[in-house]
Design a protein around this ligand. Sequence first.
Ligand code: PL4
Length: 401
Amino acid sequence: MVKSNPHLTKLQSNYLFPEVMKRKRAFLEENPHANLISLSIGDTTEPIPKPITDAMLRASQSLSKRESYAGYGPEQGSLDLRLKISEHFYRNKITADEIFISDGAKCDIGRLQMFFGPDVTVALQDPAYPVYLDGSVIAGQTGSFDLKANSYENLYLLPCNEKNNFFPDLASSPKTDLIYFCSPHNPTGYAATYDQLKQLVAFAKENQSIIIFDSAYAFYIQDPNLPRSIYEIPGAEDVAIEVGSFSKMAGFTGVRLGWTIIPQNLKFEEGQSVKALWNRFISTIYNGASNIAEQGGLACFTSEGKKEISKTISYYIENTRILKQAIDQKFETFMDINAPYIFAKCGPRSSWDYFNELLEKAHLITVPGSGFGKQGEHFLRFSCFGSRSDIELAANRLLNL
Ligand code: PL4
């Protein structure tokens, strides 16, 4: 018989999002006529703009002709797309050969965890997108279990809460090999300032750490003074990897397309290039993003594509504003709007209690903050992706709660 992977058995609970869906299904079984509104999983609802789907249609049709058929592409992704990402998101400061096209940010986070192997120490924000912690556990980046602290030796959680304005206290944070940092932050919606990211880069330099910066929600930043990429901070290219995504930017959650930046300057302790080794790694275990998705990605950079994408993002931002007005009447919120999530402090009871209450009384599905980490206890996360009519209905239900 084959032994199970011991790291998988270390996972403390079910993966958060399927657990939320399980509870939704159980509720619907008992209340089949309930008109549930989902403010839970951060999944886009608005159609992909037509110029982008047209480009994917053309790409798909070209595969049916001998003269234009294309098979495997380069593992690093289409050069045209890498050039566009370099120009539009990084003003050519990051070059195309530092950009690796992926099938989404989550998939590359998982690959990064495999790439760094089991012997690294890891720090991450608490609360955080569960993949950072669970993926690190799966990759064996735990060390031994400290019973007293009820935590793993090599995994450190950096509290982000009202007391520190949802930015970790770096002065008391441990030195680790990897630091996950997400801004705008899922689940709190907090977008770090330029000065804060400058501190983070300095902290990583001092400790010779590598930051894995998740910018999946960068396009939702409304305040023009807030950085959208870690590379806006001078010197970040010496210490940071950035993971980006077309999912929330262009509605590609199902299409699957993203990118990862591994700067030329980033080196391992032995002086070896991280980029060269990543290239070797992904060429071996990954076969590139879908060529149809890549053509959709390219269409996002046409003037029509950009205009349409920006309309959809504004639509979700307006959803966030509408929902926040209602949530503010009932619960406590802390953020300006720079992300499609609202993290609300509900009171002294447990997050799952509030989750159940909103499900039962208002037929709203949210995500319990505790699912993102200990610091998320007593909070609920509201996703603001949804049709306007659903968001307005949800806001009304909240007001009448
Ligand atoms: C549910 C900070 C959502 N099944 O689509 P990707 O892979 O390019 O990006 C995923 C991603 C990456 N980084 C951050 C994210 O918040 C997400 C998506 N998170 C959420 O509700 O928190 C969707 C979750 C999906 C999942 O497990 O990722």
